[in-house]
Design a protein around this ligand. Structure first.
Ligand code: PLP
Length: 450
């Protein structure tokens, strides 16, 4: 490595996120310099198909000029303004109006922040505020799922069920954060147990936890319709129906974390639509702006919003806000993104290309490394197994997922190993031919490791 090179500076000064910093100090990082459609290029000019849309987010790929133009126009007109103290600006209002129009039923109010973490963090605060205002000061506990991922603020990381986001960070912050099992049917079902029976068992576990803690102490349940950071994991059949029945019985709110699923990832606009979820609040981000700008939106039901108004009557104002929440440039880019989704019928495109993607992955089931394949729309996970008949995983120390990920990089494909589950979430604009090429590169990587 040359002194003063980009790579040397990276090692000397950058603290990479969610990274093995020890390995980074030795090996450095792959630095991406430009993108074109579904591909990105590194400093050596090597091309990669971005099978993850970067962080499950670059839905329109890496060269959508209309979004750059929308940002530029807004920067010339009004580069910054806020929404504090009764002030505001047109792009945020127009975007809130649009989101209320396309939201799942009853979610008519929108709180903008800059990231998915902030949106979930705000959801947690609003749930506590809501229950205080409606006279339920003891109903405060929140239930997430093991391996669930809701972000990195102190509260959102506490709610997440990812061990490395807790270990040595002194999280979860308090006993208000509870977790139930991860519904990975393939790995966790007992011999002969059907998906419906497995889902009923998961719901029974939830109910036992609620009864043990006392339903009067449990405020809300958070779930991603399809888990992202937990391994691109689709729910087993009947799961959300069974879970929602338990929540309704005990008057517990459902917050849908659609930071990954929102805007077409599952083949419908919302993952909630795909799985029959009726959320009380919904977090979305990432594909809201195709990730050309940082923006998230928390969609809030009329009932909860009424309590926020009540809170202002009681306390004087809604005491929450971020400088960059609802940034006008981000909102302008989001409006353009949503217009592109409609004009180009991105949902129709996802539905057309999804069978090529899912059937192509399904064909890999006969590969000796592949134990299970599951997906929906343009999100899928491939579970690598040492012995698929006996469902025996590889020992963690074998780092098989990491080795497959490295082999993919060598083959010019970026996907993500989550343990030994390989996650795929390509840009929503990916063509059938690009899907075929992505799968070819993946098979080559599997063969290399095998
Ligand atoms: N929720 C889910 C489901 C996510 O996948 C993520 C990030 O990947 C987040 C929340 C956090 O979003 P952000 O990284 O924008 O804070």
């Amino acid at each position: 490595m040359r002194p003063n090179s980009l790579h040397a500076a990276d090692i000397a000064h950058m603290v990479h996120q969610q990274t093995d910093l020890d390995a980074h100090g030795r090996d450095g990082a792959i630095l991406i310099t430009r993108g074109e459609g579904c591909r990105v290029y590194d400093t050596e000019g090597k091309d990669y198909i971005e099978g993850m849309a970067a962080l499950w987010c670059a839905s329109l790929g890496f060269s959508e000029k209309r979004l750059a133009d929308a940002a530029y126009r807004q920067m010339l007109e009004l580069p910054y303004y806020h929404t504090f103290s009764g002030m505001g600006h047109a792009p945020s209002v127009r975007l809130a109006e649009k989101l209320a129009e396309i939201a799942p039923p009853g979610l008519n109010h929108v709180l903008f922040q800059s990231s998915g973490s902030e949106s979930n963090d705000a959801a947690i605060k609003i749930i506590w505020y809501f229950n205080n205002l409606i006279g339920r000061p003891h109903k405060k506990k929140l239930i997430g799922r093991l391996r669930g991922y809701h972000g990195n603020t102190v509260a959102a990381a506490s709610l997440s069920g990812q061990p490395l986001m807790h270990l040595d960070f002194d999280l979860p912050l308090s006993d208000r954060f509870l977790h139930i099992s991860n519904p990975n049917y393939y790995r966790e079902h007992t011999p002969g147990e059907t998906e419906d029976a497995f889902s009923a068992r998961m719901a029974a576990e939830l109910e036992q936890l609620i009864e043990r803690e006392g339903p009067e102490t449990i405020a809300a349940f958070f779930a991603e319709p399809v888990q992202g950071g937990g391994g691109a994991l689709t729910p087993p059949r009947g799961y959300f129906q069974a879970i929602q029945a338990v929540l309704k019985k005990h008057d517990i709110l459902f917050v849908a974390d659609e930071v990954i699923c929102g805007f077409g990832r599952t083949g419908n606009r919302w993952g909630s639509e795909t799985y029959g979820i009726q959320p009380d609040m919904l977090s979305c981000a990432k594909q809201l702006t195709a990730s050309y700008q940082p923006l998230s939106a928390l969609l809030i039901s009329d009932r909860i919003h009424a309590a926020l108004i009540e809170g202002s009557r009681k306390n004087g104002r809604f005491g929450h806000g971020f400088t960059y929440g609802g940034h006008p440039v981000a909102c302008a880019v989001a409006l353009e993104t949503l217009a592109i989704y409609e004009e180009r019928d991105i949902l129709g495109h996802v539905r057309a290309v999804s069978p090529v993607f899912l059937e192509g992955l399904e064909a890999l089931r006969e590969h000796p490394l592949v134990g299970d394949v599951r997906g929906v729309g343009l999100i899928a996970g491939v579970e690598l197994m040492a012995d698929k008949a006996a469902r025996t995983p590889f020992p963690v120390s074998a780092k098989v997922g990491q080795r497959v990920q490295d082999a993919c990089i060598a083959a010019g494909l970026i996907i993500r190993a989550i343990g030994d589950r390989m996650a795929f979430t390509p840009p929503l604009i990916i063509t059938a031919a690009e899907v075929q090429e992505m799968l070819l590169r993946f098979r080559r990587a599997l063969d290399d490791v095998w």
